[in-house]
Design a binder for this molecule. Structure first.
Ligand code: ADE
Ligand code: ZN
Length: 347
């Protein structure tokens, strides 16, 4: 066979692999609902709610989404979320993402909801929840979509704000499985939120936190030892601390890794530098996620495709990643087993 025939057959194999990947039943565990706001919907809601944005068409949005670090992204992310005002807006935000889940075979999703983002616009907790819950109910009834919600707090704000939000959420306690911590990591260490996590634990929430995305490996230790999280969002900076990697392996602590996000926010210059598959092969419970898909150029399947095309992920690694998504979820053991069974039947 000639070199060009070899290359062609390799391309065909990769395309087949990608088609197979796209239909694997998957879980997504790291998704900020505001990060799934589609550009068309953003423009439509800005017009409807009379919010001035620095862009007026899709091309200008695409040009603006050119980030140099986490903060440069967060500035546009909170601006984008400021167009959401009434129940219908929240319904469509959730419904757009859940429709994407159906298209991408994301059979289970654990979605981060950040009420503090909407309070400055005068949006009430109840308004947001009514819209979200209506969409989730409809998706569940129509195609069996499985969803859990995570109450996520903004770490650039004081702990008192987070605690007041936790108390507001008491009315919706049964709608959330866990609490999380997001936003600007540098300068806002996990130990700033110890009282919040203690109060959430007393209320029976599971605990997760973003740590080791831009911040150091020590923030991962703080999340584990002082906030008592059972799962870490991102966590990729664990590679700087061998003892931490061993701890994650021994204790089966999942990391919700977001490859495209890490490239778009310049955590790594190129995908080839990303340690995701090395960590997976060493036995860390790694999962693949999209974080903020409409800002980072891809939903969950596109993240899997990036691992295939840029890191040469094997079929075995893809299956382990998909399996980890269910194992690392907050579903009951019975539901986890049922999804893993569905995954193996497909594979
Ligand atoms: N909020 C939304 N996306 C985030 C990210 N990647 N890191 C921290 N906070 C976020
Ligand atoms: Zn995130």
């Amino acid at each position: 066979m000639s070199l060009s025939q070899d290359l062609t057959s390799e391309a065909i194999d990769k395309e087949k692999f990608a088609n197979w990947l796209a239909k694997i039943p998957k879980a997504e565990l790291h998704l900020h609902i505001d990060g799934s706001l589609q550009a068309e919907r953003l423009l439509e809601l800005a017009q409807k709610n009379k919010v001035e944005l620095p862009y007026s068409n899709l091309k200008e949005i695409e040009d603006a989404y050119n980030f140099v670090d986490l903060q440069s992204f967060l500035d546009l992310y909170y601006l984008g979320a400021s167009v959401l005002r009434d129940e219908e807006d929240f319904y469509w935000l959730m419904m757009d993402y859940l429709t994407k889940c159906r298209d991408q075979h994301i059979v289970h999703s654990e979605i981060m909801v950040e009420p503090q983002t909407y309070f400055p616009q005068g949006v009430e907790f109840r308004t947001m929840m009514n819209g979200f819950k209506r969409a989730i109910h409809e998706a569940n009834e129509t195609w069996g979509q499985s969803v859990l919600l995570i109450l996520s707090f903004l770490r650039h704000l004081p702990e008192e704000d987070a605690i007041a939000t936790l108390e507001k959420a008491d009315e919706f306690r049964d709608d959330f499985c866990a609490i999380g911590l997001a936003s600007a990591e540098k300068g806002n260490p996990p130990n700033k939120f110890q009282r919040l996590y203690q109060m959430a634990k007393e209320r029976g929430y599971e605990a997760i936190a973003h740590a080791g995305e831009e911040g150091p490996a020590d923030y991962i230790w703080q999340s584990l030892q002082q906030l008592h999280v059972s799962r870490v969002d991102h966590g990729v900076r664990c590679v700087d601390d061998e003892g931490l990697v061993n701890f994650l392996i021994e204790n089966k602590i999942p990391l919700t890794v977001c490859p495209l996000s890490n490239i778009r926010l310049c955590v790594y210059d190129q995908m080839q530098q990303h340690p995701i598959l090395q960590l997976l092969d060493r036995g860390v419970r790694i999962t693949v996620n999209s974080d903020d898909p409409t800002y980072f150029g891809g939903f969950l399947n596109e993240n899997y495709f990036a691992l295939l095309h840029e890191l040469n992920m094997s079929k075995e690694q893809a299956i382990t990643l998909a399996e980890n998504g269910f194992k690392a979820s907050f579903l009951s053991n019975e539901r986890k087993e049922s999804f893993i069974h569905q995954l193996h039947a497909y594979c």
